[in-house]
Design a protein around this ligand. Sequence first.
Ligand code: HEC
Ligand code: HEC
Ligand code: HEC
Ligand code: HEC
Ligand code: HEC
Length: 412
Amino acid sequence: MMGRHSMGVKLGIGAVIVAALCLSQWLDHALYAQEVPKPTLEKAFPSSSKCKRCHERVFEEWETSPLSKSIHSPAFRASLDAFLASPAGKDKALCFRCHAPHVREFPEQAQLFIDQAKAGDPSLDGVACAQCHLIKQVDRTKQPPEPKYELGSKTLYGPYKDFVQNLAHQSMELGLFQKSDLCLNCHQSVPSAANLGKSNDLLGNWDQSKAVKSGKECQSCHMPEQVGESANGEKKRKTANHTFPGRIGKLRQEAAKLDVQTKIEGDKTIVTVKVQSLVPHSLPTTHPAWASVALELDIKGKNLKTVFTDKRVYGRVYQDAKGQKTSFDFEAVKVLEDTVLKPEETRVETFTFPTPKDTKTFDVEVTLNYAPITGPASFLQRVEAESSKGSQDPVFQSIEIVKFAANISTAK
Ligand code: HEC
Ligand code: HEC
Ligand code: HEC
Ligand code: HEC
Ligand code: HEC
């Protein structure tokens, strides 16, 4: 009896010893796991070309979007240079926080990205597939909100609960992908313009807009729902447009309405323009600092000759620490003038000019455009030099948002 009992005790001690051994091994393992070298940049953030193999439709859409050029556009390359040459440029990784967010996780690679951006060699991604689909969480208590990545994870987050399994990666539904929060971490404010304090705000009171109160998220308008193949050969389902319509694309036509009234008072004519912004955030968004929208009036008299022009500009004028105007938000310390159209605002403009003479009618043309890039001559020359299209680069052209035209009779 005694023998069997003590056996039991011995076994018990044995189990404890085994358990303790296991625990210490597990602890070793846990410690070891922490010392596992960090995955390389290429492993942690696989290149978009790897996703293309199975997600051709998405890839082709994304490739035409501005996002695919986030570190390769001539304006970015020229302004990155200007930034690096400025006192704020000591923080080499700052622009990449949003233009190539994986550099945040690999700050030691900042110089590599600078060299690549300068070379205009698009072999490195800026804001591509993995840079969004590996975001697990966005911390909105931080200003600007911060993304959390899990380095080395093979799980890609997305909108589907009922995803089809595949051999390349694990999938997981994450509500974040249908929420503005995902976008806010790059679109709300710019840390390089931190000197602006409360004025460092790209979107305005967007969350108070009618659109947002009716349940719209950034994706509702900028990644519109469509039907197609989510992965090559899979059955068609609801998908999200990855061309990110904005300045380019059809969404522009939904940006604003113009209501134009012309009143002739003898020698004097008054044109009143109501500009109604339908955009639930600032128009334009104010990074880069030269971003602006122009309302242009063109009066054509006899033989369609322009007899009067005038314009109003919606944007911001910034001042630097030396009291000079600057086109760069990373140099700005103060907003001198702010004419940005606020979310869903209606702005009324009046233009007064001499009634065109020697003609029975005249034309009133009003256009609302995204204005071309502006800045110091040396900077504009730099942008031109960086572009394969030179002075024909699209940044030097204005982009029409809406246009109004009417023929007005001068007869009483
Ligand atoms: C990691 C940072 C980042 C995230 C996250 C991000 N964006 Fe962007 N986005 C950018 C950058 C950088 C550009 C500018 C690219 C360029 O032109 O160089 C841009 C450009 C755009 C444009 C084009 C703007 C124009 O002027 O035409 C749209 C639209 C847009 N983003 C929408 C979104 C939406 C919607 C989301 C959320 C689903 C989102 N973005 C998430 C960084 C980001
Ligand atoms: C907080 C995120 C963020 C940071 C940091 C940031 N950008 Fe941007 N950048 C954006 C977004 C978002 C857009 C698209 C804005 C739009 O189209 O309305 C953009 C657009 C641009 C554009 C115009 C599009 C293009 O590629 O020509 C330039 C130029 C630019 N950024 C330069 C810079 C430079 C230089 C820095 C560093 C000083 C910087 N950005 C830092 C988010 C950021
Ligand atoms: C700026 C962030 C961003 C980038 C860059 C991005 N996505 Fe997405 N993607 C999203 C969001 C947000 C959704 C969900 C949109 C929704 O459901 O409203 C989504 C949805 C998807 C889906 C499911 C729906 C569909 O349209 O098929 C797939 C697959 C996908 N993305 C793959 C990719 C691939 C591949 C790339 C690169 C070529 C890419 N994404 C680039 C943000 C992004
Ligand atoms: C071997 C083919 C293959 C490769 C390579 C691949 N995917 Fe997928 N992926 C799929 C399939 C299949 C689905 C399921 C689509 C569905 O359910 O409609 C999917 C689904 C997704 C989803 C949706 C997940 C969800 O739950 O919403 C995202 C996001 C995604 N992939 C992103 C990527 C990204 C980013 C890459 C590159 C890093 C990539 N995929 C590479 C085959 C692939
Ligand atoms: C109700 C639709 C709607 C929603 C919701 C919406 N936008 Fe827009 N957005 C527009 C329209 C319309 C424009 C202006 C026309 C254009 O450029 O396409 C625009 C323009 C933009 C631009 C580029 C133009 C510029 O002025 O520089 C960016 C970047 C942008 N939106 C980001 C966002 C982000 C980020 C969110 C979410 C916080 C968002 N938008 C929510 C409709 C919307």
